[in-house]
Design a protein around this ligand. Structure first.
Ligand SMILES: Cc1cc2nc3c(=O)[nH]c(=O)nc-3n(C[C@H](O)[C@H](O)[C@H](O)COP(=O)(O)OP(=O)(O)OC[C@H]3O[C@@H](n4cnc5c(N)ncnc54)[C@H](O)[C@@H]3O)c2cc1C
Ligand code: FES
Length: 235
């Protein structure tokens, strides 16, 4: 159990949750957040690590259904149960790296950029984010990357010259990640995608999160959520 330090609505339906404690996690991993102590919703919800600080962990989440609605009603001082970190996270990378996020896919890219920037094997961390209605946390994104590009209501992949990079890490709508995977394949640049699925256990025990890949069915919670784009999409 952790204590909530903050659960603040940044813009309509988008919240930043901060929980006190010492937490661990690699870029691109997630935690299972149990939204209530009542029997319903029975299951925890997967949410990516937004940031790990010395005494807390933060999650950026959008209210889309019952579970996230209940979560949004939690207050500072309430206790909450979270477990993790789970999933493989983004792989180690080198050279020039582009991080590309669409919508709530921006969430895991903050900690990812923070972890990559001081890495001596990484020369550039460019961050591209597409928002549907308005930008959030603009100053924060700028501080954790080499260059920051964003778009509101458009197509963020239009801004990314994939061939300029050694590797692309992405999270967002399938259409965006498929497009990047296509561009990456053409340019010979690996594109890693963090995919979403409904989850129940989060630890590989229930098959709720099964997804099709070039190498057969995989579990998003355990084998993913990060995969090579060309293994997931038909590109
Ligand atoms: C590995 C992983 C990491 C994730 N990280 C984040 C994160 O950092 N921030 C975040 O906001 N979300 C994240 N998600 C998505 C998040 O888990 C879901 O939004 C959440 O489980 C929805 O729970 P709910 O009970 O509110 O909605 P449900 O009651 O389960 O669903 C309500 C309705 O919303 C639809 N729905 C469910 N999920 C989404 C979605 N993501 N977008 C739009 N519609 C949806 C459902 O199909 C359903 O119609 C992540 C998911 C995965 C698998
Ligand atoms: S959520 Fe249970 S196997 Fe992935």
């Amino acid at each position: 159990m952790g204590m909530i330090l903050k659960n603040e609505e940044l813009i309509k339906d988008i919240f930043m949750l901060e929980i006190e404690g010492k937490y661990e996690g690699k870029a691109g991993q997630f935690y299972m957040i149990k939204v209530d102590n009542t029997p319903y919703p029975l299951l925890s919800r997967p949410v990516s690590i937004f940031e790990i600080t010395s005494n807390s962990i933060k999650f950026l989440y959008k209210v889309v259904g019952e579970g996230t609605k209940i979560l949004s009603e939690k207050k500072k001082g309430d206790s909450i149960s979270i477990r993790g970190p789970y999933g493989n996270g983004f792989p180690p990378v080198k050279g020039k790296v582009a991080l590309v996020g669409g919508g709530m896919g921006a969430a895991p890219l903050y900690e990812t950029a923070k972890q990559l920037m001081p890495d001596p094997e990484v020369n550039v961390v460019d961050l591209y984010l597409g928002f549907s209605h308005e930008i959030i946390l603009e100053d924060s994104w700028r501080k954790v990357c080499s260059s920051f590009f964003y778009d509101i209501g458009g197509i963020i992949t239009d801004y990314v010259d994939v061939s300029k990079y050694d590797v692309i890490l992405s999270c967002g709508p399938d259409i965006m990640m498929k497009k990047l995977s296509e561009l990456g394949k053409k340019a010979g640049v690996p594109v890693y995608v963090s995919i979403e699925s409904h989850m129940a256990c989060g630890i590989g025990a229930c098959l709720a999160c099964s997804c099709q890949t070039k190498y057969g069915n995989k579990k998003v919670c355990k084998d993913g959520p990060v995969f090579l784009g060309e293994d997931i999409y038909d590109v």
